[in-house]
Design a protein around this ligand. Structure first.
Ligand code: CA
Length: 240
């Protein structure tokens, strides 16, 4: 059975930031969210370079090639960031998160670096498929703070791993898709403001992907919109 994605993507600058350093791509076979960092124009550039390096993956790629293709595209993304920094040292330190899902109708492969997130709503239960590469997640993993203390921790914004032109080990995950699955990819502008419980409820109750994505953006903005926010909602369906 070949499955299809029915997707919608929305981004917003938020109420505080002067520009939008998030960059995203959504297509029938590829979903990507990147959240750039590095000040001035550098964050913009890093996230855009990374997305551009991924776009050629929006094609039906054989299951046995998915992981290699993803891995190669991430290497290219990282390489392009390195080249830009080499050409203009003032860009030193720029980087981007990257969360990407490659989908071929039979299987999904995901790559992840940073603190953007991918969730899967399956049978009405929300599952977080990515683990934040952050200082507070490390404290949680080591048992030094409780998971519920992470959101209010003063160092919650410290990201420990991004694409910044240096060697990096992304996390890779394979998912066997099922009809009725609903994917959410988002930047931390959503998850920093809106709880998993609320996200789960919205994903359960707003059937149309576009309306659901807009609703989640709206909740982030009503929560103060302190950061750029990007949301991709993609439903797995048997219909083309
Ligand atoms: Ca962000």
């Amino acid at each position: 059975m070949t499955l299809h994605l029915r997707w919608a993507a929305v981004t917003d600058q938020g109420h505080v930031r002067s520009n939008n350093e998030d960059c995203h791509y959504a297509g029938d076979n590829l979903l990507v969210v990147c959240d750039g960092m590095g000040g001035m124009a550098a964050g913009d550039l890093a996230s855009r370079l990374a997305v551009e390096a991924m776009v050629s993956l929006d094609a039906v790629i054989d299951t046995d090639q998915q992981m290699d293709s993803l891995h190669r595209a991430l290497e290219v993304a990282n390489q392009r960031i390195a080249e830009q920094v080499l050409a203009d040292p003032s860009l030193q330190g720029m980087g981007t998160t990257l969360t990407a899902v490659l989908f071929n109708g039979e299987r999904a492969a995901m790559a992840h670096v940073g603190d953007s997130r991918a969730y899967l709503l399956r049978e009405d239960r929300l599952n977080q498929l990515t683990k934040d590469d952050t200082y507070v997640q490390m404290l949680v993993d080591q048992g030094l703070i409780k998971p519920e203390e992470a959101a209010g921790h003063p160092r919650r914004a410290v990201v420990t791993r991004v694409l910044q032109g240096e060697p990096v080990s992304p996390a890779y995950v394979i998912v066997e898709p099922q009809p009725g699955d609903r994917w959410l990819l988002c930047s931390d502008g959503l998850t920093g403001v809106v709880s998993d419980a609320v996200i789960e409820q919205e994903l359960q109750t707003v059937p149309d992907p576009k309306s659901c994505a807009e609703r989640l953006i709206d909740l982030a903005l009503r929560g103060g919109g302190p950061d750029n926010v990007t949301v991709i909602v993609a439903d797995v369906t048997t219909r083309d």
